[in-house]
Design a protein around this ligand. Structure first.
Ligand code: ADP
Ligand code: MG
Length: 367
């Protein structure tokens, strides 16, 4: 089922009538979510992710704009009539019911043509329980399950009605690191097997990048960029997006373009064409640094952190906006930690420049 968001806007009135300002939680969001895809809705806390999700599921009404499931305009439909499955961060299971009863619960109030016999309900419940691999836990109470298992029950409960659209709001946030990794892969598998169009909300860029077919990066209610995770990482439209994606994060410097060269301090780090002389903000991905004795970019070497396959070289530079610069270098390269300084050349496709005021990307050609 394709899901179309058309000029979706949600404004919350100010709580304080005199002085407070209204909050534009979601601002003119337009996007056609392709059928059967998993979309990662990504951005810092408060950027409007949950509000967007609640509008898709019908718990909140847009101030303006429309939502379509396929060709049906569902903007005015109640959540029960939209055919959505919703999973929250806190699993919200009924504590006094067994796993089986929790999963069966959404099926018990189906009316009219949708009404199921007891056998049909049980068959469905066991089918989804198998899918999320909890079919051997059906008689337990939620308190007898781990966090990861509880979240699987919540997912099973959302799937049992065979929703047209699956909506997940930070579903992994309450899990510990290992379970989070495992469960996100599970979610990806379940989504692939069922082919249900899914929107996955998270503030964790790594999580979104790793499982999404496409990501939507939001900031203060405004969509910044939509694309395949790798494409957005490789080709961010602005400084915010470049900083939000990637671990370690992109290294940011005060710089300038002068006579067809990008300067950081006195170092001309790359020759470019197509850009007028101007002050710019420079971003260099950690993997964009190449150790090079004769390289143009000079930094103060602080330490080398072993990461196994790679090493993380920590250095400083007066023009850096971050306390330290992190570059990721293949461990085969030996870094002389006693040297005090380190020189780099920069991979041209790993360096971005941004307008100092608007923070929009400035495109260049490499000379
Ligand atoms: P996210 O899920 O990305 O953290 P939300 O969608 O929950 O963000 O919130 C977006 C913005 O809308 C925030 O500024 C939040 O304070 C505001 N907001 C959310 N719900 C309400 C509400 N019921 N009343 C007033 N403001 C709200
Ligand atoms: Mg939220």
């Amino acid at each position: 089922m394709k899901v179309v968001l058309q000029n979706l806007t949600r404004i919350f009135p100010s709580r304080n009538k005199k002085s407070g300002e209204e909050v534009i939680a979601v601002n003119d969001f337009t996007f056609e979510i392709p059928d059967g895809k998993l979309i990662g809705l990504l951005g810092p806390s408060g950027c409007g992710k949950s509000t967007t999700l609640y509008m898709i599921c019908g718990l909140q009404k847009p101030t303006s704009g429309h939502i379509f499931f396929g060709d049906d305009d569902v903007t005015e439909l109640s959540p029960e009539n939209r055919g959505v499955g919703l999973v929250f961060q806190n699993y919200a299971l009924y504590p006094h019911m067994t796993v089986k009863q929790n999963i069966l619960f959404p099926l018990q109030n189906l009316k009219g043509d949708d009404k199921l016999t007891k056998e049909e309900m049980l068959e469905r419940a066991y089918k989804v329980a198998k899918l999320v691999q909890i079919d051997d836990l059906m008689e337990r109470k939620p308190s007898e399950l781990s966090g990861g298992q509880q979240q699987r029950v919540a997912i099973a409960r959302a799937l049992v009605k065979m929703p047209r659209v699956l909506l997940l709001d930070e579903p992994l946030s309450n899990l510990d690191a290992r379970l989070r990794l495992q469960t996100r892969e599970e979610i990806r598998r379940i989504q692939r097997e069922t082919g249900i169009t899914t929107v996955f909300v998270t503030h964790d860029q790594e999580e979104a990048m790793s499982i999404s077919d496409m990501i939507v990066v939001m900031k203060t209610g405004i969509v910044q960029q939509i694309g395949k995770p790798q494409d957005v990482y490789d080709d961010p439209v602005n400084l915010f997006v470049s900083k939000f994606l990637g671990t370690p994060p992109i290294n940011v410097f005060d710089g300038r373009v002068e006579n067809g060269k990008i300067y950081i301090g006195d170092d001309a780090v790359l020759s470019v064409s197509g850009v007028e002389d101007q002050p710019v903000t420079v971003g260099i991905r950690p993997e964009g640094f190449v150790l090079d004795e004769n390289g143009p970019f000079h930094c103060e070497l602080k330490s080398v952190e072993v990461m196994g396959r790679d090493v993380s070289v920590v250095s400083t530079n007066a023009a850096s906006q971050n306390p330290v610069i992190r570059s990721i270098i293949n461990a085969d390269n030996k870094v002389d930690t006693a040297a005090g300084t380190v020189s780099y050349s920069i991979k041209p496709h790993k360096i971005f420049i941004f307008n100092k005021e608007t923070e929009e990307r400035i495109r260049f050609e490499v000379k």
